[in-house]
Structure formats: structure tokens, C-alpha cells
Design a binder for this molecule. Structure first.
Ligand code: PLP
Length: 403
């Protein structure tokens, strides 16, 4: 201990009293009575899967994000797989991928038999850097997969023309960005295909679930066939027409979302606006609080976007601290603040190192960010009291480690 004890509170990790008596999670769903009622009604109906709720949810979702088509999937990962497959990626092809993301954003390229090629992120938004992506494009590039990190839309204005100039498609992994806008337009109809997830920590949930939105009728048709074994008609259509015949026209999967899940999604979708609004309020409270803490950098927001705030990742100014990110992380957990780290860059996972030959030093901006990032609790059901606890705990811990 080099500084006088008086300026520092005893941390919970060292035996002091934690800021909260119980753990505040970093994210969680909210389920209301109307959600339960809608799901129960489907359970009592004739169709619990491949029934009418699927189309209802897809149409409501498409209209919500201002896209022409929405195709539902059993998870965000299945939706990414479908998007990668229908973009035409095959053996020998390449897709440019942002490294600071959940591994599924890159895995979908491998599912399609193609090669993920990582390109570094911008130092401010931590989204795929269009210049870095341009440098990694080759004649084999068929797709660019951009991630809206934390809910801040990627630079679609630069990335879409870049993809098109290479005859490739832009796939926007918007699993963090449902409700976000880019240049006043909703994320969902901006890239060639946009992918969403309905995992419980996301903006709305169906338990597990995902969606691809597109304005392209041909891609929409391919996505529907891919979702159901590569078969060109579904069971309900066959029942309605009285026909038994079906034809498998391509290799597909069973990636369907159930009517039970779609009913939950429909009900949740009605609260998307208020969920995102609350997340923006939370981000604003955090931003003001952290402006007063010199060792903490709040996430930036570029001028032309409104983020949807799936995550609230702060960055530590390590040159102002005597501890590492992991020290601060462990201390915050001990204070019962459910912090997290998003993400270990994908190219540093063992599988990628061993099979694609990637490694440390490949993506310096993403790797530096990784050493500094801590995600604070961010969900629409968080209370003002919870937020105050987070701010107090971060203040307490960074004051303790301050140089
Ligand atoms: C959540 C998430 C996914 C995967 O979604 P699942 O529904 O969990 O399969 C993919 N990419 C990103 C960036 C995500 O956050």
C-alpha cells in the first residue's frame, strides 16, 4: 500500500463490506404477465410449431426494423449460419470478420466451409474498420460480416459500398443492436442481410431465437428454404393445399423457431421501444457519472448513430491504475457487481489459433481494447438504485487502484 489508507475504502475482495449484498447480473430478461398469457394461448392451440405465429412475428419484426423481409431462426447463431450460406460462401471463399465479437460471428463462415479473414476494429467505436477491411479484401471475398459492437451500429455507409465493389454481400451482425439507428434509419434494412438474436440478455427474448432481415426477395426465399431442410414448402402449406408431395432442393437444416417462441417474441416486441429507451437512459446516467472518473473511459457514440446499448463496456486507462483489468474485474465482482468482458477477440481462441494460424499481434486495436474492457450491468429492468450501486462500486475500486 503506497497511498494513505484514508483515501481508500476497504474493498470487498480484501474483506471489506460489498457495495451490494447480492449479485447484480450484467444482463437479464424481463417477462410480464402478457408474455405468459400469449405463450399459454399458443400451448392451447393447434399449432405449437410451424403455425401462424411465425409469420405474424416475422411480419411485425420486419415492419419494426423497416426491412421488407424477416425470416426467423432457432437462434442468432443459426441465423448467422443461414446468412453465411445464402451469401454464396463456399469452400475456398473468404469472409472479412470483425474480431471483437462473440465467436458465432466468425464461426458461421466456417460452417459454410469458407475462411474467416479478420480485419481490425476502429479505436473509437470498436467496430470493423472499413480501411482495415478494404486491405484484407481479395478476389475470393464473398462476404463482409460487421458487428454492431455493444449496440453501436458499424459504419454501414462505408462497408456496404466496399462489399459491393468486391461483388460481396454485407452481413450485419446486429445481435447487439435491435432498435439502433444509423443516419436516422433503423438497423435491419441497411446491410444486404441483418442478423438478430433473442437470447435472454438481448433486447427482446424468445428463450433461444434469431432473425435475418433483408430487402432482397431472392435472399429471403433462400433463407426460408435453408431453415427447413432445404425443402421448398412447409407442413402447414401442405396441410392447407391437401398435397403430400415435397421436394428437397438444397441442403438445409431444421433451424425453425416454434410458435411458442414466436408468440413470446410478438409480445416482447411490443415493449422493444420502452426497453431501448430505458437502456439509453441508463447509458446517459453512466456517461455522466464516468465523466468524473479520469481512469475510466465511457463508450463513445458517433454523431450519426443512436445505439441500442446491449452492453455498456467501459475502458480502463491502465496508465492511471496500479492494477490490471483483471484486478478491477475481480474487485467489482467481489462488490457484487456482475461485470463481464466482451470479448476475448475471436482470433485468440485456441480453435482459431490451431486451425487458422491466428494469434496475438494480428489485431492490435482489438487486443489493446480487450486488455482494458469491462462490461457493466446493462438491461432494461435495471433500477436507478442498481445503477447507483454500479457507479459507487466502480468509483470505489478505481479509487483504490488509482496511481
Ligand atoms: C448473442 C450473439 C450471437 C448469437 O446469438 P445466439 O442467439 O445466442 O445464438 C451472435 N453474435 C453476437 C454478436 C451476439 O451477441
Amino acid at each position: 500500500m503506497t497511498l494513505p489508507q484514508t483515501s481508500r475504502e476497504m474493498l470487498a475482495i480484501a474483506g471489506g463490506t460489498p457495495v451490494r449484498p447480492t449479485l447484480l447480473p450484467y444482463g437479464r430478461q424481463s417477462i410480464e404477465q402478457e408474455d405468459i398469457d400469449t405463450v399459454v394461448a399458443v400451448l392451447r392451440s393447434d399449432w405449437i410449431t410451424t403455425g401462424p405465429k411465425i409469420q405474424e412475428f416475422e411480419e411485425a419484426f420486419a415492419s419494426e426494423v423497416q426491412a421488407r423481409y424477416a425470416i426467423s431462426f432457432s437462434s442468432g447463431t443459426a441465423a448467422l449460419h443461414a446468412a453465411a450460406a445464402v451469401s454464396g460462401l463456399e469452400n475456398g471463399d473468404e469472409a472479412i470478420v470483425a474480431p471483437l465479437t462473440f465467436c458465432a460471428s466468425a464461426n458461421c463462415v466456417l460452417y459454410a466451409g469458407a475462411r474467416p479473414v479478420f480485419a481490425d476494429v476502429c479505436p473509437d467505436s470498436l467496430n470493423l474498420d472499413p480501411d482495415a477491411a478494404a486491405r484484407r479484401c481479395t478476389s475470393r471475398t464473398r462476404a463482409i460480416i460487421a458487428v454492431d459492437y455493444a449496440g453501436h451500429p458499424a459504419d454501414i455507409g462505408a462497408l456496404r459500398p466496399l462489399a459491393e465493389s468486391h461483388g460481396a454481400l454485407l452481413i450485419e451482425d446486429a445481435c447487439h443492436a435491435l432498435g439502433a439507428t444509423f443516419q436516422k434509419k433503423r438497423v435491419g434494412g441497411l446491410a444486404h442481410m441483418t442478423v438478430f438474436s433473442f437470447h435472454p440478455v438481448k433486447h427482446i427474448t424468445t428463450g433461444e431465437g434469431g432473425m435475418v432481415t433483408t430487402n432482397d426477395a431472392e435472399l429471403a426465399a433462400k433463407l426460408r428454404v435453408f431453415r427447413s431442410h432445404g425443402i421448398a414448402s412447409d407442413a402447414r402449406m401442405r396441410q392447407a393445399s391437401g398435397a403430400h408431395f415435397y421436394d428437397m432442393v438444397s441442403l438445409g437444416y431444421n433451424y425453425r423457431l416454434t410458435d411458442i417462441s414466436c408468440a413470446l417474441g410478438l409480445s416482447q416486441l411490443r415493449r422493444l421501444g420502452t426497453n431501448v429507451q430505458r437502456r439509453r437512459e441508463v447509458a446517459e446516467i453512466y456517461r455522466r457519472a464516468f465523466a468524473a472518473m479520469p481512469a475510466v473511459t465511457a463508450p463513445i457514440v458517433r454523431d450519426d448513430v443512436e445505439p441500442a446499448w446491449h452492453l455498456y463496456p467501459i475502458r480502463l486507462k491502465l496508465d492511471r491504475l496500479n492494477g490490471s483489468r483483471d484486478d478491477v474485474f475481480a474487485a467489482l465482482r467481489a462488490e457484487n457487481i456482475g461485470v463481464n468482458v466482451h470479448y476475448l477477440p475471436v482470433h485468440l481462441h485456441s480453435y482459431y489459433r490451431q486451425n487458422l494460424g491466428t494469434g496475438p499481434g494480428d489485431m492490435p486495436v482489438a487486443e489493446q481494447a480487450y486488455r482494458e474492457l469491462i462490461s457493466l450491468p446493462m438491461f432494461h429492468g435495471i433500477t436507478d438504485r442498481d445503477i447507483a450501486d454500479v457507479v459507487q462500486a466502480v468509483g470505489k475500486v478505481v479509487a483504490y487502484y488509482a496511481r
